[in-house]
Design a protein around this ligand. Structure first.
Ligand SMILES: Cc1cc2nc3c(=O)[nH]c(=O)nc-3n(C[C@H](O)[C@H](O)[C@H](O)COP(=O)(O)OP(=O)(O)OC[C@H]3O[C@@H](n4cnc5c(N)ncnc54)[C@H](O)[C@@H]3O)c2cc1C
Length: 521
């Protein structure tokens, strides 16, 4: 079902798509799933890989946004808290309930944050993740053994969601395909086509593996390309104004010894007024993030020196275990597709984080902004907009109760493969057939060789980076280990995809170029 050749066959056999979606991040994937489950003939094309852009580089939180509550964006927070509850229900294998502790160093902080978080709990309504409450200094120290104790007054506990972003993206892609859509990674949209009334009626795309070009026609074209939004808008109208200003956020990944318990840390106000999280993730700790407006965007944004120093300095203010550059297992940067500010004085913290749907004169629909947590609602709003714009018969959204591939409502975290959901049985079967696949990929890694084979056979991974960055998340967890195992992964790919040794060598060298940036030097 997920075989590339079968998906490409569908391109050849479909004369006209109801919807063509450009971009396979959280936003595009959500739209594809919504469209296909409402019965529209749906195609999604992603230039590199599902979640290659921002959607694999988040802080891994499924959250209402405590920070937005402090800024008074009640509706935004309420909507996100509702979506948080749905994500936990529909993708329980990948989304977990994560307790956070805000350590307090001033006596009034405890009351201030407890009160604010009670409002957060209230806004979550029936989909609450658990009650917020103030805790004593001794309980804070018990739960956060590495927190700085000097002048500590106590803490406030609250609950939010935590997830694996790129794995959820892949599972949403699979769900969309299982529901009749066609989704292809490594397929870049190069241009739009128009009819005699100057309305968009299709796209020209290239299969970046074979370099074969396709002209495909569609009734509606949806631009869901994140920080690449303006490039598509300029294909539509070369004089189109820029709508997006990228804002970079970076994360450092540390060993679990820096935060050994079950709780995450939230620092609500760093020296420059931002929020910093330290979150347990795949038995490591993700620390971030920053918010730096940039003038340009790229597929592999580069962390800035100031951003790295800011995170190290801030973490060291709150931890009694000193973090140095040598402790960083991986570093990654992502770009928020923020609405371009109206004037240069507007700060990133003030730019709206809600999503925006733009309809061009050519009827190209663009969806941008928002956050991972609200991907489903963003999709619903986009498809409703399409129905109105094209005067289509109303068809209700089906995704509120739709289980995502792998979810079956139960999660047994004692099984290491729990985040594959029901696919864990498939991985176990591979190991039963070939017990050598149970071997770890690397002495420092818990992931097995079977997971690499699984990702190629069943999860549409086509390159070493697809496997090691977005299926088995080694590049984000231990970049040096990822580099060391890349020749092995290249060999498995070569065999599974029937490729040559020369292809494998190119693969390895391309991966090493990307991976080098994830190692902090
Ligand atoms: C640092 C940081 C931390 C964040 N943390 C959180 C968090 O903890 N929780 C949360 O809810 N949200 C978080 N967010 C927000 C969230 O990650 C983004 O809102 C979301 O991932 C954006 O998804 P997207 O699909 O719009 O963009 P992207 O994921 O960037 O997807 C766009 C895709 O379009 C593709 N594309 C571009 N041009 C073409 C073309 N011509 N043809 C085909 N494909 C094309 C790109 O390759 C890309 O994959 C964070 C964001 C950042 C930057």
């Amino acid at each position: 079902m997920f075989e590339r050749s079968l998906l490409i066959d569908q391109l050849k056999h479909t004369k006209k798509w109801d919807v063509i979606i450009i971009g396979g991040g959280a936003t595009g994937l959500g739209v594809a799933l919504d469209c296909t489950t409402r019965g529209y003939k749906t195609l999604l094309l992603e230039q590199v890989d599902f979640a290659k852009g921002t959607s694999s580089r988040s802080t891994k939180l499924v959250h209402g946004g405590v920070r937005y509550l402090a800024q008074g964006h009640i509706d935004l927070v309420k909507e996100a808290l509702h979506e948080r509850g749905l994500m936990l229900k529909n993708a329980s294998h990948l989304v977990g309930n994560q307790p956070f502790i805000i350590p307090n160093y001033k006596w009034w902080d405890k009351w201030f944050y407890t009160l604010g978080l009670k409002v957060y709990d209230f806004l979550a309504g029936k989909l609450s993740f658990g009650k917020s409450m103030g805790i004593s200094k001794s309980e804070t120290v018990n739960r956060l053994s590495t927190v700085r104790k000097d002048k500590l007054k106590g803490g406030v506990v609250y609950h939010d969601g935590q997830f694996d972003d790129a794995r959820l993206a892949v599972n949403i892609a699979q769900t969309a395909i299982e529901n009749g859509a066609t989704l292809l990674n490594h397929f870049k949209v190069k241009n739009l086509t128009k009819d005699e009334k100057n309305l968009v009626n299709g796209i020209i795309a290239i299969d970046t593996e074979t370099l074969k070009e396709y002209e495909l026609s569609g009734r509606t074209i949806i631009n869901a390309t994140g920080v690449f939004t303006d490039e598509i808008l300029k294909m539509d109208n070369q004089h189109a104004e820029d709508k997006i200003r990228p804002s970079q956020g970076i994360h450092l990944v540390l060993d679990r010894s820096f935060l050994p318990g079950n709780d995450a840390i939230m620092i609500p106000k760093t020296d420059d007024g931002r929020v910093l999280f330290l979150v347990p993730w795949h038995d490591r700790v993700v620390v971030g993030t920053t918010d730096t407006l940039l003038d340009s965007h790229s597929l592999e944004p580069k962390p800035l020196k100031e951003e790295i120093n800011f995170i190290l300095d801030t973490a060291n203010k709150y931890l009694n275990k000193h973090v140095t550059k040598d402790d960083v297992l991986s570093i990654f940067a992502g770009l928020r597709p923020l609405a371009a500010p109206k004037d240069k004085s507007e700060k990133t913290k003030e730019i709206s984080r809600s999503h925006k749907i733009i309809v061009s004169n050519s009827e190209l629909i663009t969806i941008t902004g928002g956050k991972w947590t609200t991907y489903r609602k963003m999709a619903q709003d986009t498809v409703d907009k399409m129905i109105n714009l094209k005067n289509l018969q109303q068809r209700d959204c089906k995704t509120e109760d739709l289980l995502i591939h792998g979810a079956n409502g139960t999660v047994d975290k004692s099984n290491r493969l729990f985040f594959y959901g029901t696919d864990k049985y498939g991985i176990q079967k591979l190991i039963d057939e070939d017990p050598t696949l149970a071997e770890p990929l690397h002495p420092r890694l818990e992931f097995t060789k079977a997971e690499v084979v699984w990702s190629i056979k069943n999860e549409m991974a086509r390159t070493i980076e697809d496997v090691l960055a977005r299926r088995v998340r080694v590049l984000f967890l231990d970049a040096k280990a990822a580099i060391e195992i890349s020749p092995y992964v290249g060999e498995v790919l070569r065999k599974e995809l029937n490729q040559t040794d020369e292809w494998r060598q190119i693969q390895i060298s391309e991966f090493l170029t990307v991976a080098d940036q994830y190692v902090l030097k």
